[in-house]
Design a protein around this ligand. Structure first.
Ligand SMILES: Cc1cc2nc3c(=O)[nH]c(=O)nc-3n(C[C@H](O)[C@H](O)[C@H](O)COP(=O)(O)OP(=O)(O)OC[C@H]3O[C@@H](n4cnc5c(N)ncnc54)[C@H](O)[C@@H]3O)c2cc1C
Length: 431
């Protein structure tokens, strides 16, 4: 096995894929490491769907067109998934026009495989990053484990897109977990799909379903503490997607806690399935089709970076000179302790950007961290964690690694004006 690359990307979610593609397109030899059997991360392993909004809403009086905040590689991916959907289901297929929301994760897996291959990225599936060797902020090598055993790999620069900041942690860079007051993270959720549903009847019954759900909770037949049923459509006319289980007060980076979370969430899936069959019109004959391969983690470690994005930055819609991605998704906090979900919605036409410094662990020379684990506080993370935005963060990290390679400097010293110019030239939105 080849053991030396220009850039190594750990984690193949939306973030890691975008990082790897951007670095490879920028002329680097790139290795992408992913511990599951597909690319897409939460979208595929976690069955997370749909894309949350990534545009500023049209102000009706001004008659403006919509401004998309997530473009670049995210737009390429979503266009290609839409195109594949049309090829299979016809030109009029649902969910094939912008702004994209619902998508097939199976079509996404195919598109991501094709895009990394076209860019020349080498992918190792079933490969876990388990260690790192660092000195004075510089990573010299990382250690991986896979079917071939334990291997040490070297690179000029590394990009941690593991969601949990695994690589940065292994290399000894500081992080914080969850909210400052008690380190609790947003709840974990095991997503699942239910098939053979009569969806028109289900939709007509939805308001009554929410009332019945509360009755079942009060009667102790539903132990899930979530306040309501969170359900979405899928590309199938008979399948529903549920993002409704809720496990709180457990640490997603603790082996015992995450195992307990999987157990608790599976029982919640089961009680929900029984509820649907027994009490919900349109679901009398439904089937439990699938649960995600892994419980979904909204929040865990966030690195201590050269800048920490805060709730105030978002409320002020701050724009930073080294901004590399934009977002205006609401500050969407599923209660880390129990029932309830809070939202802060941005006014139409307002958004913030995210500085490049949030991707640099304090003191790191050749390591970038991208995705839901960049340097921020709990509230800010609740907004930028959505798939469109993390994809933009990954693209910026990959572009930065390519620029560092070209200039012969470290990722830490990349000239951010040039980085931003290149991102914009590739269609990304930076401010
Ligand atoms: C339940 C839930 C519902 C959500 N709902 C929505 C929604 O409706 N819309 C939306 O846009 N966003 C939603 N989100 C947020 C969004 O899905 C995630 O924040 C985002 O996908 C994170 O992307 P990422 O690439 O940073 O991390 P991930 O998607 O977690 O990807 C990390 C990848 O790294 C791999 N990995 C991890 N550790 C290692 C290691 N040590 N070695 C090798 N590989 C490793 C993992 O296998 C994974 O593929 C939701 C999240 C959750 C959990």
């Amino acid at each position: 096995m080849k053991t030396k690359y220009d850039v190594i990307v750990a984690g193949g979610g939306f973030t890691g894929v975008a990082a790897a593609i951007a670095a490879a397109r920028g002329g680097c030899e790139v290795l992408l490491l992913e511990e599951s059997n597909s690319l897409g991360g939460s979208a595929t392993r976690g069955l997370v769907n749909p894309f949350m909004p990534y545009f500023t809403p049209i102000h009706p009086k001004e008659g403006e067109t919509r401004k998309y905040l997530s473009r670049g590689i995210f737009e390429e991916i979503t266009h290609r998934v839409a195109q594949l959907t049309k090829e299979v289901h016809g030109e009029d297929a649902k969910y094939t026009t912008q702004p994209y929301n619902t998508f097939s994760e199976e079509y996404l897996k195919v598109v991501l495989n094709r895009m990394v291959t076209e860019a020349g990225v080498k992918v190792l599936f079933h490969t876990s990053v388990i260690g790192a060797n660092a000195d004075n902020g510089k990573l010299s090598s990382i250690i991986i484990y896979n079917a071939s055993g334990v291997t040490t790999l070297e690179a000029e620069s590394f990009i941690d897109c593991t969601g949990d900041a695994d690589l940065a942690t292994q290399a000894g860079f500081p992080f914080h977990l969850g909210r400052d007051s008690d380190h609790l993270c947003q709840p974990m959720t095991l997503c699942f799909r239910v098939g053979d549903v009569d969806i028109p009847r289900f939709n007509a019954f939805r308001p009554q379903m929410q009332a019945l759900y509360k009755e079942w909770q009060a009667a102790g037949k539903i132990k899930n503490i979530r306040e309501n049923v969170l359900v979405f459509s899928t590309i199938s006319d008979t399948v529903l997607h549920f993002n409704t289980t809720r496990v709180v007060k457990l640490n997603p980076t603790d082996a015992e806690d995450i195992s307990k979370a999987e157990m608790l969430a599976r029982e919640q899936v089961w009680e929900m399935f029984i509820f649907l069959r027994e009490a919900v019109q349109g679901c009398e004959n439904c089937q439990l089709l699938s649960t995600a391969m892994q419980i979904g983690v909204r929040e865990s470690r966030m690195i201590e970076g050269e800048y920490t994005l805060t709730k105030d930055d978002l409320l002020e819609c701050r724009k930073f000179e080294d901004g590399i991605a934009t977002c205006n998704y609401d500050i969407d906090i599923h209660n880390p302790e129990g029932t309830g979900t809070s939202h802060y919605y941005f006014a139409p036409h307002t958004y913030y950007n995210i500085p490049y410094r949030c991707l640099i662990p304090k003191g790191a020379v050749n390591l970038l961290v991208a995705g839901r684990c960049i340097s921020s506080d709990h509230d800010a993370q609740a907004s930028y964690r959505i798939m469109p935005t993390v994809c933009n963060l990954g693209e910026a990290a990959g572009e930065a690694a390519a620029l560092a390679h070209e200039l012969g400097c470290s990722t830490r010293d990349v000239p951010t004006n040039e980085l931003r110019a290149r991102l914009v030239a590739n269609g990304a939105v930076v401010d």
